[in-house]
Design a protein. Sequence first.
Length: 95
Amino acid sequence: LNGVKETQLALYCADGGDDADLPPGRGDVDCVVANILVGPVTELAPLFARYVKEGGKVCLSGVLVTQTPKVIETYEPWFDGLTYEEENGWAVVSG
């Protein structure tokens, strides 16, 4: 329907437990999308950075507007042009 081949999309869902089932970061992913609270999203920054290829993007939601400076500061070493949009006190950080 949208032209994305089965080999072009990978979806991994974590339950907050052991991440042993996740494949190691390979540096070949275009974008990582996560909808999780600020604690896990900041803790996972190095792992997400290993997954995303150079010039790739992140899209991080589940973050309160007041927490966006922390998220942006955490991800700045790996991702350029981070910005956020907000709605009803919640934000999505992307870049």
